[in-house]
Design a binder for this molecule. Structure first.
Ligand SMILES: [Zn+2]
Length: 468
């Protein structure tokens, strides 16, 4: 039992004894429903099947009957719980040493060998599977895809099925749901739902739900220490109070002893150990980064306290523009290219040649009365950035904004991070000025983008261009 959980129990015990007349209200079990969705349940299943076929081409599926049986037995106990719904769940083990598991819409589930190695009990594996099952049952993948492509998906579906399946049809319409990880990366709200419903599912199946809190806590503590933790946490980003929320939910459950572990855990770990090292590099869930060669000059991830912005801002002035930035970050201007880097010292790598955390700004003047639209400028910048990092992908297309009265655009990108074991999120800002294109890139490891996003926004809002 974690210290935190003991502490909580102690508090609730004191509260109860102090309140003689009115007992503390018992927390309620939360229930969840799927959000809005353009796809039907059948389409979830169809899409999942198509995506699974692609996954199996790129991953090395482990064909060890004993290991498969171990995972499938856990899976069956979990999916027979009512919350799992009627999806045709399947469970496969794939040879990949990173700690992860992922579920596709409609039920196909893949468990990395690295997850089995990292788990400390059968219940911890059950915790991850129950969490994934909840993503499937609550249809988080297709919900998210629907939300992110509000206009494109109905249009693509109206154009009729063109053969090549559902994913193919969407892909032809420019909606690469699998390639950009849309089906596998979840919002923090979705994570909380999957945690809480997953905890209920596993408890009903006889597994101690505290193991879910414990496993995520372990991932959290160890993230940053090694390179193998990043995957799980970046596909399933930590919502606030993750562990506490699960613990609260457990208090709402009827007390029982958990005897669901079927045995075979040590044996399964041994089997994983005896497998030959993975031959294939898996790339599907990572939008290209998972098994891709690490970016040049990868360095260990510094501690977040050395990177995160302070709440106090100061102003940097750079010829054509001024911007406010956190006062614990540094500025560095590149004399030749005229670019300005604003980042924490540990966020600049190789003397600022790469940025793992922070921002960089540039200005490209128009030549000979040349004019480009905001879209054209953004497109060519993305192409340019992609030449520097072939793993760079557009995660969300441009959104128009105003910057100091000028038309600007924000594009979300994902890329390989110069920090070991991290994926990167980039916010590309492009602004067309009368005399040229101003652009900035705001960079953070995907796992920390939610924490620094507000700072980036504040920086963007503070930009003032020299009027002449
Ligand atoms: Zn998740």
């Amino acid at each position: 039992m974690s210290r935190q959980f003991l502490f909580l129990l102690m508090i609730s015990a004191t509260t109860l004894s102090a309140a003689d007349t009115k007992p503390a209200p018992t927390p309620k079990l939360k229930t969840f429903k799927p959000g809005f969705n353009f796809f039907s349940l059948e389409q979830d299943v169809q899409m999942g099947k198509e995506a699974a076929a692609q996954v199996e081409k790129q991953y090395e599926v482990v064909n060890n009957p004993e290991l498969n049986n171990f995972i499938q037995t856990i899976g069956k106990k979990l999916t027979s719980q009512p919350q799992a719904g009627n999806f045709p769940y399947t469970f496969k083990v794939v040879a990949d040493t990173s700690i992860n598991a992922f579920a596709l819409p409609g039920g196909p589930m893949f468990v990395h060998t690295g997850l089995i190695s990292a788990a400390e009990s059968e219940s911890q594996i059950a915790a991850v599977l129950a969490h994934e099952i909840s993503h499937v049952a609550l249809r988080h993948g297709t919900h998210q895809a629907s939300k992110a492509n509000l206009i494109q998906i109905p249009a693509a579906m109206a154009s009729g099925m063109l053969g090549g399946g559902l994913l193919g049809t969407l892909e032809q319409a420019g909606i690469g749901l699998l390639a950009n990880g849309m089906l596998l990366k979840y919002s923090r709200d979705a994570e909380t739902q999957a945690d809480l419903m997953g905890a209920q599912i596993m408890a009903q199946a006889g597994y101690n739900p505290i193991e879910m809190a414990r496993f995520f806590e372990k991932l959290q503590t160890e993230s940053g220490k090694g390179s193998k933790i990043g995957n799980m946490l970046s596909d399933h980003p930590n919502p606030e109070n993750r562990v506490k929320n699960v613990e609260d939910q457990i208090r709402a459950m009827p007390q029982k002893s958990y005897t669901g572990e079927g045995g075979g855990f040590d044996r399964a770990k041994g089997l994983v150990k005896s497998l030959p090292p993975p031959k294939k590099k898996s790339q599907v869930s990572q939008g290209g980064q998972g098994g891709a060669p690490p970016a040049v000059g990868v360095v260990p991830m510094p501690s977040l306290s050395e990177l995160r912005p302070s709440g106090n801002f100061k102003t940097a002035q750079n010829g054509g523009f001024s911007i406010q930035y956190p006062d614990n970050w540094q500025t560095q201007s590149d004399q030749s290219g005229g670019s300005l880097t604003i980042a924490p010292a540990k966020g600049m790598i190789n003397n600022g040649q790469a940025i793992g955390y922070g921002s960089q700004f540039n200005f490209q003047p128009f030549q000979n009365g040349q004019q480009v639209t905001l879209q054209q400028a953004t497109q060519s910048l993305i192409q340019m950035l992609q030449q520097g990092d072939p793993n760079m992908k557009v995660a969300q297309n441009g959104q128009q904004i105003q910057v100091d009265g000028y038309q600007g655009m924000i594009t979300m990108l994902t890329a390989g991070s110069p920090f070991q074991g991290q994926k990167e999120n980039d916010v590309l800002l492009t602004v067309t000025l009368p005399q040229g294109v101003f652009w900035g890139v705001f960079v953070a490891p995907e796992s920390d983008m939610p924490n620094v996003q507000g700072t980036f926004q504040r920086m963007i809002q503070s930009i003032k261009f020299a009027k002449n």
